[in-house]
Design a protein around this ligand. Structure first.
Ligand SMILES: *Cc1c(COP(=O)(O)O)cnc(C)c1O
Length: 411
């Protein structure tokens, strides 16, 4: 169901417009109040001029809003803008906003999978994503096989005639492993009945750095909580893909109610206006910090795909326009040393969140990845000496000094 006013007042977004222009102007519309900055439509329901009009809108014969669990103009602006940014010029791409990143994964799976279907998921996805596939979908008869992100033979061999979905995150958290989206799309689309979908969690790159639909992915999911907001204020999620797929997700959302609030949509939508320039800043700071750490005598190894020594560097150059804001490094002396570095910072925030203007620092083995078995930690490269930094937008020299305080104690 589309809002008449939305369609009427949407400017024609020229596909040749640059990314920054689209992230500031795309999907925007004005009400009769002629506001310059987009309005926040804080209303649960909408009114009609007559009983006949109500009937027409409810029946879908006339465009309009009914209720904010179905559609809300602030939420629609956010969906429209995200779809424009991810589509990269492709046609018939739409978005469906959700209350969180997890609700985006849940919603797309509930809408598109059924009991008996099979899923293949990369092992090192976000922890809660692993849980939802391994524990909850399993209960409803959807089985998941977990594979190593960059082992394409494992992906291919895990395919069965029942496989309906391949799910991955690239680059991976926290080691920046990079998966070849096009290659996985080929596996999904050319094995057995050719009906498997490729879903990419594009949270770490955002469309500013990577547009998986252009490499053959069918669906993108986002935790908008991270770089889309960019300032650590609220939760939100988004599903983007071809109209016929995402329409199904909209229908699920209407029924299930994991709706994004108008307020959060407005915050996230405003966040998009600075996405381009923020991502540039995150990447610049992360690259500088990675290079500095790489030369630091107290650091054993740096994991950042922007370093030419990283195993994913060449693929990242092909698939991404820059290398992102998250890096990890290893120090000698295991947990005690890693904790010393983390406990010595006075600027960075000790928290597992990411995608914030404020730099965050965490110990993956005891926080984000604490539920992995020792075997799985070893297999995924989550060592006790590993520290993850989600690099923010502070002055780079301050960030170096902040980490150096702890590193100096290790020498
Ligand atoms: C945070 C995160 C999620 C989950 O998003 P929420 O908004 O917290 O529900 C999913 N994937 C990745 C990569 C994340 O970082």
């Amino acid at each position: 169901m589309k809002n008449q006013d939305v369609n009427d007042q949407l400017p024609d977004i020229d596909e040749a417009l640059g990314f920054a222009t689209q992230s500031i102007r795309g999907g925007s519309f004005r009400s009769d109040m002629r506001e310059h900055s987009e309005a926040l439509y804080l209303t649960s329901s909408f009114v009609y001029d007559s009983a006949a009009q109500a009937q027409a809108v409810f029946a879908g014969d006339e465009p309009g809003n009914v209720y904010s669990r179905y559609t809300n103009p602030s939420v629609q602006m956010f969906e429209e803008r995200m779809a424009i940014l991810e589509a990269g010029g492709m046609e018939d791409i739409i978005g469906c906003a959700t209350s969180s990143g997890m609700a985006a994964i849940l919603g797309s799976c509930m809408a598109l999978l059924k009991s008996g279907d099979h899923v293949i998921c990369s092992r090192n996805v976000f922890g809660t994503t692993f849980t939802i596939f391994a524990k909850y979908f399993e209960k409803f008869g959807v089985k998941t096989t977990f594979v190593d992100l960059t082992n394409y033979q494992q992906w291919q061999e895990a395919m069965t005639p029942e496989t309906r979905l391949l799910f991955l995150e690239t680059p991976s958290n926290p080691l920046s492993d990079v998966a070849d989206i096009q290659r996985l799309a080929d596996i999904a689309h050319n094995t057995y009945n050719k009906s498997a979908l490729l879903m990419v969690d594009n949270c770490f790159c955002t469309p500013a750095l990577q547009k998986p639909l252009l490499f053959g992915a069918d669906l993108i999911i986002h935790s908008a909580t991270k770089y889309i907001d960019g300032q650590g204020r609220c939760l939100g999620g988004m599903v983007v893909g071809r109209k016929e797929l995402v329409n199904e997700v909209h229908l699920w959302q209407r029924a299930a109610g994991a709706t994004l609030s108008a307020f959060n949509a407005w915050v996230l939508f405003k966040g998009l206006e600075t996405l381009s320039i923020r991502m540039e800043g995150h990447c610049r700071n992360a690259t500088a910090l990675a290079k500095w750490l790489d030369e630091h005598p107290a650091v054993d190894k740096v994991h950042y795909s922007g370093l030419s020594s990283h195993r994913g560097h060449e693929l990242a150059k092909k698939q991404q326009s820059a290398f992102g804001g998250v890096l990890a490094f290893e120090v000698k002396g295991g947990r005690a040393s890693a904790w010393k570095v983390i406990d010595s910072v006075t600027i960075m925030s000790r928290t597992a969140n990411l995608g914030d203007t404020r730099t965050t620092i965490t110990h993956p083995a005891t926080t984000t990845h604490c539920r992995l078995t020792d075997d799985d930690k070893q297999r995924s490269g989550i060592t006790e000496g590993l520290v993850r930094v989600a690099v923010g937008l502070e002055d780079i020299e301050d960030l170096k000094r902040d980490i150096d305080k702890g590193l100096q104690q290790l020498r």
